[in-house]
Design a protein around this ligand. Structure first.
Ligand SMILES: *[C@@H]1O[C@H](CO)[C@@H](O)[C@H](O)[C@H]1NC(C)=O
Ligand SMILES: *[C@@H]1O[C@H](CO)[C@@H](O)[C@H](O)[C@H]1NC(C)=O
Ligand SMILES: *[C@@H]1O[C@H](CO)[C@@H](O)[C@H](O)[C@H]1NC(C)=O
Length: 256
């Protein structure tokens, strides 16, 4: 670990020097662009201060030796109510959202914390924590593995919809694939259990415009990071968590 630390330190020194050069460069170049680039979108980085760059760099350097974990989930595609940051565990990332709903049926603000551990050797793993302040709800859902797909009811959180009755708020989770191609669909949904079937938000007039609400919905690649994490590991270990499951079958499992 000593070597690791000293390597990070070396990186830091190199960065501080290069950022000094960068700042100096700006004095001569009014139109200067951010030289340090950790995602494709350089466009809005041209006004970044040296200190925020330093933070970004330290985060990147300590997580993946160059590119930030959050870049892998295309942070610009997140809902505006959400932010991504590096997790405390190496190669993990945390997305936190505070989503206000302002509908006659559902007038509440829901907090959602999504902890993604794509490189876990037992298969990519997601943990979720759903919170609501007024009713003091804090519901953790831990250790959802690749290969799972479900609407998980949040106890105590529901709304009443005319002609239908109680419609419970769910955490909607789909995780499938392997770190190279990890499909994640994570957010909030609402479903009612009718006598014959489950009826979920997208089919409920008056609710379909607000739910389901997805924080993540797409296929993401963490292969480069997970690979560099465990070169000595057999790749089969990483794949073991359910990559062989048919993703279409899983997809069908999410009732919207
Ligand atoms: C950069 O930030 C300064 C001060 O915050 C602001 O006045 C300026 O308009 C910004 N420039 C760009 C290109 O966003
Ligand atoms: C919430 O909805 C009400 C009624 O539709 C509206 O008057 C109010 O401005 C909305 N508030 C927010 C924060 O959107
Ligand atoms: C939601 O609640 C707030 C405060 O309790 C209220 O001001 C607002 O009008 C409500 N929105 C709707 C759509 O009922």
């Amino acid at each position: 670990m000593m070597t690791c630390k000293s390597i990070s330190f070396l990186f830091l020194i190199v960065f501080v020097c290069s950022s000094a050069i960068d700042v100096e460069g700006r004095l001569y170049d009014g139109q200067s662009k951010g030289n340090i680039k950790n995602d494709g979108s350089n466009a809005d980085q041209n006004n970044i201060t040296a200190s925020s760059k330093l933070n970004t760099f330290i985060q990147s350097a300590s997580s993946s030796g160059g590119s930030s974990m959050c870049d892998h989930i295309r942070p610009d595609e997140l809902p505006s109510e959400c932010d991504c940051r590096e997790g405390s565990e190496r190669y993990s990332l945390i997305i936190e959202c505070l989503k206000p709903f302002n509908s006659t049926y559902f007038n509440d603000t829901i907090g959602m914390k999504i902890d993604i551990d794509p490189c876990n050797k037992d298969g990519s793993k997601v943990s979720i924590d759903v919170t609501e302040k007024d009713h003091n709800i804090d519901y953790p859902i831990t250790g959802i593995r690749a290969g799972e797909s479900k609407n998980i009811p949040i106890p105590g959180l529901s709304m009443i919809v005319p002609t239908i009755g109680h419609v419970g708020i769910d955490a909607a989770v789909l995780i499938s694939g392997n770190p190279d191609q990890l499909t994640l669909k994570i957010g909030l949904n609402a479903c009612a259990q009718l006598t014959t079937h489950q009826l979920c938000a997208s089919s409920i007039p008056g609710i379909s415009n607000i739910l389901p609400w997805y924080v993540l919905s797409g296929t993401y690649s963490f292969g480069d990071i997970c690979g560099s994490k465990s070169k000595s590991n057999n790749n089969n270990d990483i794949d073991a968590g359910g990559s062989k499951t048919n993703p279409f079958k899983l997809q069908a499992g999410v009732v919207e």
